[in-house]
Design a protein around this ligand. Sequence first.
Ligand SMILES: [Zn+2]
Length: 59
Amino acid sequence: MKKSKLNREWHLSHRMPARATFEQRLEWHLEHAKSCRCRAITGKIAEEMKKRGMSMPDS
Ligand SMILES: [Zn+2]
């Protein structure tokens, strides 16, 4: 059986709001990275995490 990188259950229970603010997206990605590896944190989200000294999960 192939192991999927996508944590389907997590995604079903953590939907990104349609008009998510930057803060909401930041939080979403933070939670996401803990539970799922389907996509890496990039761009502004990654920059902001660095600025705040948040640890970046390996992508
Ligand atoms: Zn995911």
